[in-house]
Design a protein around this ligand. Structure first.
Ligand code: NAD
Length: 450
């Protein structure tokens, strides 16, 4: 199929590269020229496992190219996947600005194409275009907000003159390429049968169950997933904190708890560790709670997941305070291992709390350094985190030489291999290091996740 992908961020560039490698002809579109240039140079605009090699390969074979030109992309494709960001507004509600803008842009091209008859100017693009929303958005957003924008622009009817579907993405950053090819499920919210068929055809070689549901149901399923993931992390971390205070190893407790075959609970997100963050779970919880409040529905459990997460983060600050030392090294800054994504990273929040308390901080995160060097997240670091940018060290050794206390929030093998035992800096283990059992018996070890 000929596919256009709008937004070359984490979801868009992974979707574009993976679809291209499955044999589709893909055009990626972004308003950010740096990302467009990176893709056309065969480089990934994000740091993720396997994405660099995959983009190099599909750009070399011509299966993927990028552009800033919406018209070229829509006219050169039969299906358009919208993967733009949906961040939180300051009041916690869902920001739909990028979605609205890209929908208007696509609608304007579809209207133009309609005037030319069925085909685009190059004689291609015959047949009905299907517009697919992959961004996370609250139930009702597609039907109440975006479909009317398209219908107004096109002067036609969704489900008749063009197709519309919602196809939420379930990838996890850090393992996104793997998740794309082995999805936990494929959810297709279809306005009409033909729209759903067009989306299903995109993924027909992928494993896993396909659920074809209504458009609002598809939107809602994504929130059920993310709210439950946040809830699980909060549950595990609160248990971890209580059991640590009671002198019980929470990981051993969870091993047995999760082994109960009759409960049949997935262990994902249920190991006590550090706080969660990232560009999805916090903002999706916020917008779900905001939507509940607007609908006058009381949701005390959902409303307290983020405060619970924040309390856990504060426990890490308190561990550092207990050491009585001032020179602190932080290993890891992105929101979780295996990615360079800094948005709503709990490690950024931790660094800021320590920085605000006047600790003398140095930070190392290899993925963040690499991404900064490539230019992908340079602007984000320099505009949003200038106070932390000056504390970033490219080498592990620089941080180790500086630190009296080392906070470890990454599983980067280079960091794990270099971490000293015994007499060196105090190790504050945020994630339960692989050798935590041994370290626990050593002086100068403090664990957040016992
Ligand atoms: P992102 O911020 O990394 O990428 C969004 C991209 O869209 C940016 O590169 C931006 O420049 C581009 N963009 C904005 N307006 C545009 C326009 N008019 N035309 C073309 N490009 C435009 O976002 P992301 O993390 O990839 O997330 C995208 C969506 O997918 C969000 O709704 C998010 O909640 C959801 N999601 C994200 C993940 C994840 O792990 N990151 C997982 C599942 C779902």
């Amino acid at each position: 199929m000929r596919v256009s992908v709008f937004g070359l961020g984490y979801v868009g560039c992974v979707s574009a590269a993976c679809l291209a490698s499955m044999g589709h002809e893909v055009i990626g579109v972004d308003v950010n020229q740096v990302k467009v240039d990176l893709v056309n140079d065969g480089k990934a605009p994000v740091v993720e496992e396997r994405i660099g090699e995959l983009i190099a390969e599909v750009v070399r074979t011509g299966a993927l190219r990028a552009t800033g030109d919406v018209r070229e992309a829509v006219l050169g494709s039969d299906i358009s996947l919208i993967c733009v960001g949906t961040p939180s507004e300051p009041n916690g509600s869902l920001c739909t600005t990028y979605l609205e803008r890209v929908t208007e842009q696509i609608g304007a091209v579809l209207a133009e194409r309609g005037k030319d008859g069925e085909c685009g100017e190059d004689g291609e693009g015959g047949g009905r275009q299907t517009v697919v929303f992959r961004s996370t958005m609250l139930p009702g957003t597609a039907l109440n907000l975006l479909v009317p924008i398209l219908e107004k622009a096109v002067g036609g009817t969704a489900g008749v003159d063009f197709g519309v579907a919602v196809n939420p993405e379930f990838l996890r950053e850090g393992t996104s390429v793997r998740d794309f090819f082995d999805p936990p499920k494929t959810v297709i919210g279809e306005l009409d049968r033909a729209s759903g068929d067009a989306v299903a055809a995109l993924y027909d070689s992928l494993p896993g169950e396909v659920f074809r549901v209504s458009v609002p149901t598809a939107e809602a399923i994504k929130y059920a997933d993310n709210a439950f993931h946040g809830l699980k992390v909060g549950f595990a971390n609160e248990l971890g904190a209580v059991y640590q205070a009671l002198g019980v190893d929470s990981h051993q407790v969870m091993d047995v708890f999760l082994a109960d075959r009759k409960l049949n609970i997935s262990p994902a997100y249920l190991r006590p560790g550090f706080a969660f963050g990232g560009s999805c779970l916090p903002k999706d919880l916020r917008s779900l709670v905001h939507a509940a409040q607007r609908a006058d529905v009381s949701v005390p459990i959902l409303a307290n997941v983020l405060p619970s997460n924040s309390a856990h983060l504060q426990r890490a600050v308190e561990l550092v305070e207990r050491t009585g030392k001032r020179r602190v090294g932080l290993f890891g800054l992105s929101f979780k291992p295996g990615t360079d994504d800094l948005r709503e990273s709990p490690l950024v929040e931790l660094a800021e709390r320590l920085f605000g308390k006047g600790y003398d901080l140095r930070i190392h995160d290899a993925n963040v350094s690499l991404s900064r060097l490539l230019g992908a997240n340079r602007e984000y670091i320099e505009t949003r985190l200038p106070h932390l940018a000056q504390l970033l060290a490219d080498s592990v050794e620089e941080v180790l030489q500086h630190a009296e206390v080392c906070l470890v929030g990454t599983r980067d093998p280079a960091v794990l291999a270099a971490l000293p035992h015994g007499d060196g800096p105090v190790i504050v283990d945020l994630i339960r290091l692989p050798d935590a059992e041994t370290r626990r018996t050593e002086p100068g070890y403090m664990g957040l996740a016992w």
